[in-house]
Each structure stands twice: as structure tokens, then as C-alpha cells.
Design a protein around this ligand. Structure first.
Ligand code: SAM
Length: 453
């Protein structure tokens, strides 16, 4: 059983979410003025606290007693993973690429099993191993604590479901990736008569307890499984799921939700959320200078010059997309919409790649340090979760992609180009982003970032 003294080992994925969370919930933000503009900046105390926290969690990893507890806690998960591996081995021995091939086809004829949509991956990586790492992250109660503490996110789901009481009264609902079962509870509060809450990690066990705690053990059936590996006995009136990752698609959970839609949603059924859009904008982030300069400051602090580390930091910062909370003043032009999904009609293929051209006209003179993405999702009835710098902060923050060299822009400077985002070859839960662009039709610049942990 989970005990406060024995938290599970944290993967980098969990740490990333938690680092954002510690920043979100901290009151230690200060505002400072840089070149006459107001910037939101986190104090050293917050960063220090987050770093200490992360270091502490890494240290925990080596403690034997803790590991024994973890082994027990995750026993049921490991058992089901082993079972999956056995099934996988059986199906490849019989020449299949995955499970029953008919059951993996979407209504549009695309297949959506991890092992099937990407045959190139099938040959090179162990898909189940990747999912083991992924689901181990969600077996950690702290990631659920973090999501539930994000009130903007969680209340939006609650409002959206309660606002649709007339549609949900007596309805059957499928909660894909139920976690603690919070969305299933909201569905019952909105009048649903039966909810199937599907969650593969051991958190499902606690979701069951929460059902009893709230007198909903009859109306909510918690099923500990991946949605693709279970069978729901009836077609449902609605599917609810919180599948959104950084840059909307990171984690690639949307594909599982679409799989559920294609197998279990009545033709007249509703998706919660029903629409999703991804946005891109050029941004300024003076904090990057501070981070790069910090190595030079080591001389004053410790009497040791460490300027040699600056290129390494720069390389790390510009190779990967990073999540943070931008101030709205940091946005240099109106954002462009990169994709707009209708969850009822989009295909699994649509969820595997985003490709769009963009054109920005800058507001005024500034240094452009990179691009940022954020997303919105909309529910039937109109409730919106907006993760832009103009809205209330959420645990997603915005996704930053720093340029190798900052660019000076003026009022009406034009930046046009293309954005491409696709699942990574090494891990289909990760994404590769490539942006090619020109400033005032000058020389072409191309940069690649990984959206990985
Ligand atoms: C972002 S969390 C949301 C949890 C919960 N619904 C909430 O809103 O707090 C996503 C959950 O989906 C689960 N999940 C991911 N892929 C899944 C799949 N293929 N089938 C079922 N659950 C899945 C994860 O284990 C995780 O608990």
C-alpha cells in the first residue's frame, strides 16, 4: 500500500510536471522591470527549492527499504505488464503485429495501436517497455495531486460536465484514463447513471475507494486496464478524458482516446472536451541571458570561473522544448493557430503529426529568443481551458523553444515559415518539432527541438 514514507521513484517525466507545479503553487514570484517592461520572474529561492526537491527525490531512488515498498506497490502493475509482454510475444510468434487487427482499425481505416501505426518502431524498440515507463509515472500519487491542485483544469471539467446536466442525465459515460476517478465523480454529479472509469495504474485501486467514499460504488465501474486492452460492455453517450500534454500532443494519449471513441461512442455521443487547438507565437525571454550568464558569476560567488560551461548550457536549452510560465508581455506578435481538432471527427493520423505555415507581424522592438506554443480545449456548451500566457496559469504552462541566436525585431517585422511536429522515432510518447522561418524574407533559419523528458 502507498504510504507517505514510501513515495514511488520519480521519473524525469513526473519531475518535469512537478517542477512546473512547485513554481505554480509558489508565492515566491517577484516582478522585476527589465528595460522598462515588467517581467515575471521566479526568485532564486523557488528554483533552489525545486532543485533541492528534485535532488532529494533522486536520492530516494537508491534507498533499499523504499525500493522494497515500491516493488510491492507496483506488483499488480508489473504483473499486468508481464501479461502484456506475454501476449505481445504470442502475437508476434503467430505473425501478428499486435492484437486482433480488426479491433485496432479506426472508423477511418487507420490503425491506432502503438505497435501498428508505426511499423518502423516495431522493428527497433520495445513498445511495452516505453509504456511501462510512461504508466509508472502515473502510478505516482504526486502527479495526480498536482493535476487535482490545478484548479483551472479541474474546475473547467467540473463546470463543463455540470453545465451539460440535461444531456448527461441517465447517460452512460466512459472516462478514459480515469486516474483518481475525479472526472467520473463529476459525471455522476452531472446525472450520469453509469460510468466506466478505465485506468491502468494502481491508482485505479484508490479510485475504487474514492467511489465507495462518495457512495458511487454502484454507478462507477473502475476497470484497471489500458483502454485498448479492456472491453466495455455497451456503447456510451459520452467520453470524458484529460489527455492533453505539453504542446497539446506530448504523451500521445489522444490516440488512445480516439481509439475509445471509435470503439465505444454512440454515433450521437459527445466528447468532453470536443475541440482542441494549438497555437504558436514568437517570444522574448530575458531569463535565458541570466541563465547563460550565471556561469560567469560563479567567479564572484565561489572564486572559480566556470564560463566554459556556458556553451553546454546553451546547447541544452536550445535542443529541447521546455515548459515554463511566460508573462503576456513576452509575446511579440499575435499567435497563429497550428491545428484545430474536432474530437468527434478527427482521425488517429491527424493526432500523429502537425504541419502548418505561419506568419507573424511583430508588435514592437524587442529581442526574439524563440517560439512558444500553448493550447486551448473546448467542451460541449462552451467551457474552455486556455493555457495561453493571457489566461490563468495551469500546470501545463507554455512550451518554450529557444533559438540558437536571438533575433532583433521591430514594429511590423514579419516572421514567416512552417512548423512541423511529429512523434519521435525513439519513443512514440515523445515529439520532434522543426521550425523553418525567415525574418523579413531574409535568410532561411531552421531549428529542431525535442519534446521529451
Ligand atoms: C493526465 S492523467 C488524468 C487523470 C484524471 N482523469 C484526472 O483528470 O485527474 C491521464 C491518465 O490516463 C491514463 N492513461 C494513459 N493512457 C491510457 C490508456 N491507453 N488507457 C487508459 N488509461 C490511460 C494514465 O495512467 C493517467 O492516469
Amino acid at each position: 500500500m502507498l504510504s507517505a514514507a514510501s513515495p514511488p521513484v520519480l521519473s524525469t517525466f513526473v519531475k518535469l510536471r512537478l517542477l512546473i507545479y512547485s513554481r505554480l503553487t509558489s508565492h515566491a514570484c517577484t516582478r522585476k522591470t527589465v528595460h522598462g517592461r515588467v517581467w515575471l520572474r521566479y526568485t532564486d529561492r523557488v528554483i533552489e527549492r525545486s532543485t533541492k526537491w528534485m535532488m532529494a527525490s533522486l536520492k530516494l531512488k537508491s534507498r533499499e527499504g523504499r525500493k522494497r515498498n515500491l516493488d510491492q506497490e507496483e506488483e499488480s502493475y508489473e504483473e499486468s505488464a508481464t501479461e502484456n509482454r506475454r501476449n505481445e510475444a504470442k502475437s508476434s510468434a503467430s505473425g501478428e503485429l499486435g492484437r486482433d487487427s480488426d479491433s485496432t482499425k479506426t472508423r477511418n481505416g487507420c490503425s491506432c495501436d502503438w505497435g501498428i501505426v508505426k511499423p518502423r518502431l516495431q522493428q527497433t524498440i520495445n513498445i511495452d517497455h516505453i509504456d511501462e515507463d510512461y504508466f509508472r509515472c502515473y502510478a505516482d500519487i504526486r502527479i495526480h495531486e498536482q493535476m487535482l491542485s490545478d484548479k483551472v483544469r479541474t474546475l473547467a471539467y467540473r463546470h463543463a460536465l455540470l453545465q451539460n446536466k440535461c444531456n448527461l442525465k441517465g447517460a452512460t459515460v466512459l472516462d478514459v484514463g480515469a486516474g483518481t476517478g475525479i472526472l467520473s465523480q463529476f459525471a455522476v454529479q452531472a446525472g450520469a447513471s453509469k460510468v466506466f472509469a478505465v485506468e491502468p495504474t494502481r491508482i485505479a485501486h484508490f479510485a475504487k475507494q474514492i467511489c465507495s467514499e462518495n457512495g458511487n460504488a454502484e454507478s462507477i465501474s473502475v476497470i484497471q486496464s489500458k483502454i485498448e486492452d479492456t472491453s466495455i460492455p455497451i456503447e456510451v453517450d459520452a467520453i470524458v478524458s484529460e489527455w492533453m500534454g505539453y504542446s497539446l500532443l506530448y504523451e500521445s494519449m489522444l490516440q488512445s482516446v480516439l481509439w475509445a471513441r471509435d470503439h465505444y461512442l454512440k454515433p450521437s455521443g459527445e466528447m468532453y472536451p470536443c475541440k482542441a487547438s494549438l497555437f504558436l507565437a514568437p517570444i522574448n525571454d530575458e531569463a535565458i541571458h541570466e541563465r547563460l550568464n550565471s556561469w560567469k558569476q560563479m567567479k564572484d560567488l565561489y572564486g572559480v570561473s566556470m564560463a566554459s560551461l556556458e556553451p553546454l548550457t546553451k546547447q541544452a536549452l536550445t535542443a529541447r522544448a521546455d515548459s515554463l510560465h511566460l508573462d503576456m508581455e513576452s509575446v511579440l506578435a499575435n499567435a497563429c493557430c497550428l491545428c484545430h481538432f474536432d474530437l468527434k471527427t478527427m482521425t488517429v493520423h491527424d493526432a500523429q503529426q502537425v504541419q502548418e505555415n505561419f506568419k507573424f507581424t511583430c508588435y514592437g522592438s524587442s529581442l526574439m529568443h524563440g517560439f512558444a506554443t500553448w493550447f486551448t480545449v473546448t467542451f460541449p456548451g462552451g467551457v474552455i481551458i486556455d493555457t495561453s500566457p493571457y489566461a490563468l496559469p495551469t500546470h501545463w504552462g507554455q512550451t518554450m523553444m529557444y533559438l540558437e541566436e536571438p533575433i532583433s525585431v521591430q514594429q511590423d517585422t514579419e516572421i514567416d515559415g512552417s512548423y512541423r511536429m511529429q512523434t519521435s522515432e525513439e519513443n512514440p510518447r515523445f515529439w520532434d518539432i522543426v521550425v523553418e522561418f525567415q525574418v523579413n524574407r531574409g535568410k532561411k533559419i531552421s531549428q529542431h527541438w525535442q519534446c521529451a523528458d
